[in-house]
Design a protein around this ligand. Structure first.
Ligand code: AMP
Length: 280
């Protein structure tokens, strides 16, 4: 496994490979990341993983400085997973003095994570665009866990004619339903015990959908009601939206829906979602 920190060295190493799968991450790897790596390995001749905690996607009052990092452990896990290339640039390599070009999708800032986190998707789209330009992967792998991120990246790839295909992989969960996240390490023991209520709330709405409920507001209300049973949890938003446009739905139709939420447990902010699949 080659571990590369500069753009020139990455370009030189990349030339030795044909079809390449890239898994962009912010490190502190868990089984969710590794499931993307495993899928990338199956579908490409070679696999690259980037590790970069991207400052431009964090707001001024967010957790960039304290975001968990453990490069040694990450490299060990990636070597075990038979990754070929790791790209781990510094902040000044990705954003040198005088950096001034951003990729902006105004519509992303109007809903869900975009409206809760101003400039978040400007940072995500910019860094993913840069990583795709640097690594030039055949396919890039993203988790359904960050549902709006997949919508943003898909649109950017299409709008900017980038020659990479996006692959979206399912959310990996703990046995009790909690979606794996690097941020779960922030949870106290008490908060960790409560955190599966996020998934339970989404799953309860899915059950109501399976039982025939189609009203968006009734499904949102179901999610809110389950969350309100957990006093440690403060919901930020609860959404039943069109899976492509992410606009809130009055009625769930044949296109299915994305059930999603963000909630705080103390100072820890978690997100989760479930897709109600389109009907045949
Ligand atoms: P991050 O390091 O949090 O930026 O995540 C890197 C990639 O892993 C993103 O595409 C995430 O959506 C994906 N990911 C994060 N958590 C999970 C999970 N629990 N299951 C599957 N993919 C995940």
């Amino acid at each position: 496994m080659q571990v590369i920190v500069t753009i020139d060295a990455l370009r030189a190493a990349r030339a030795a490979y044909g079809p390449l799968g890239l898994v962009p991450t912010m490190g502190y790897l868990h089984a969710g990341h590794l499931s993307l790596v495993a899928q990338a390995r199956q579908e490409n001749g070679a696999t690259a993983v980037s590790i970069f905690v991207n400052p431009t996607q964090f707001g001024p009052r967010e957790d960039f400085a304290r975001y968990p990092r453990d490069m040694e452990r990450d490299l060990h896990l990636l070597a075990e997973a038979n990754v070929d290339l790791v790209f781990a640039p510094t902040v000044s390599t990705m954003y040198p003095e005088g950096f001034g070009t951003y990729v902006v999708l105004p519509s992303a800032d109007e809903v869900l994570e975009g409206s809760a986190r101003p400039d978040h998707f400007r940072g995500v789209a910019t860094v993913v665009c840069k990583l795709l330009n640097i690594v030039q992967p055949t396919r890039a792998y993203f988790g359904q866990k960050d549902a709006q991120q997949t919508v943003v990246v898909r649109q950017m790839i299409r709008d900017l004619n980038l020659p990479t295909s996006i692959v979206v992989a399912p959310t990996m969960r703990e046995a009790d339903g909690l979606a794996l996240s690097s941020r779960n390490t922030y949870l106290s023991a008490e908060q960790r015990t409560t955190a599966p209520v996020l998934y339970q709330a989404l799953d309860t709405a899915r059950q109501r959908y399976a039982a025939g409920e189609r009203a968006g507001e009734a499904l949102r209300q179901t999610i809110r009601a389950v969350l309100s049973s957990a006093p440690l949890v403060s919901p930020e938003y609860v959404s039943v939206a069109d899976p492509l446009t992410l606009r809130e739905l009055v009625t769930v139709g044949r296109e299915g829906a994305l059930l999603s939420l963000a909630a705080r447990l103390g100072s820890v902010r978690l997100i989760d979602n479930l897709l109600l699949e389109p009907m045949a």
